[in-house]
Design a protein around this ligand. Structure first.
Ligand SMILES: [Zn+2]
Ligand SMILES: [Zn+2]
Length: 305
């Protein structure tokens, strides 16, 4: 019973939006965080609130260097090291490593390359390239026991690679950033509107819907609508686009959940497809890297993540 219990995959988006992003993927004992863009205190408090306060964080997977994704990295690194008694690897692309503000840089960065899968504890992680206005942004698919969870946010357009990855997902945390009309009629300056809707900006509701129609397979059972803009979207508008997409794709029994900035989602639980699951192994210790070049990047980019 204990073994079966731990084969449930738990997905909990702790926060999502331009002021901070963080998603837990794991089980009731251990797992990974994708991004850490809200304060360390908030990350730990929200895990606690969900009954996941005792989980061991095996690794933190960084998607890109915008502050709403990496803001807590250095402090979280120190806190996890104290709490768990050993360093926790932070995975990021070389471009993200170079682009990280020194104030956010954790001590144990492990370089990650699109398409090169690696193991973290009992999970297999595949990073893959997405188009966004940073040096080398990544999305991640995390797999265990035949269950695949993808976190795909901060991309200006879909690609064949994105659709291919979506086709193997059971749970998709997918960006539904803006409604195009709201963006165009909204308060942003024109240059920022251009950036958000550009090919290296953010996915609109309609674009995200197309990703589902083109990519999703019958194994997709949960979609978390993520990184919604406060100014240029509403949960209702995004949900409507997702519902229509699910219908058009002919999918059934798909739950749709809007991830919020201020509160975590109720954890999604998915039963593993394959048995037995390998016992968790300690993550590989990161090797220290050479000091990073200071690069604070554009404050505007950091602000609008
Ligand atoms: Zn962002
Ligand atoms: Zn971003």
């Amino acid at each position: 019973m204990d073994l079966l219990f731990h084969q449930d995959i738990v997905v909990a988006t702790l926060a999502s939006g331009s002021r901070g992003n963080c998603t837990y993927i794991g089980d009731d004992r251990s797992g990974v965080l994708v991004d850490c863009g809200l304060s360390t205190r908030q990350i730990l408090t929200r895990l606690d609130d969900l009954g996941l306060g005792g989980v061991r964080i095996e690794a933190v997977l960084l998607t890109h260097e915008h502050a709403d994704h990496v803001g807590a990295a250095r402090v979280l690194d120190e806190r996890l090291r104290r709490r768990q008694g050993r360093p926790v690897p932070f995975h990021a692309s070389r471009g993200t490593r170079v682009g990280l503000d020194r104030r956010c840089t954790p001590s144990g960065l492990v370089e990650t390359v699109s398409g090169q899968t690696f193991r973290v504890g009992s999970f297999v992680v595949e990073p893959f390239t997405i188009p966004h206005d940073t040096r080398d942004p990544l999305a991640y698919v995390v797999e265990r026991g035949g269950v695949c969870v993808g976190v795909i946010t901060d991309l200006g357009r879909s690609t064949r690679l994105v659709e291919a990855q979506v086709s193997r997902l059971d749970v998709a945390v997918l960006e539904f950033n803006h409604d195009l009309e709201m963006l165009l009629d909204g308060p942003y300056p024109w240059s920022l509107k251009q950036r958000v809707k550009g090919p290296h900006g953010h996915l609109s509701n309609a674009q995200a819907a197309e990703v589902l129609v083109a990519g999703a397979s019958s194994r997709l059972k949960h979609v978390v609508l993520a990184h919604l803009s406060d100014d240029n979207n509403t949960p209702q508008t995004a949900l409507l686009a997702a519902e229509e997409a699910v219908q058009r794709a002919g999918l059934s029994d798909v739950t749709l959940t809007v991830a919020r900035q201020g509160t975590p989602i109720d954890p999604i639980r998915v039963r593993a497809r394959t048995h037995p699951v390998a016992p968790p192994r300690p993550a590989r210790l990161p090797r220290p890297r050479v000091p990073l070049t200071k690069d604070t990047g554009s404050p505007q980019l950091a602000l609008f993540g």
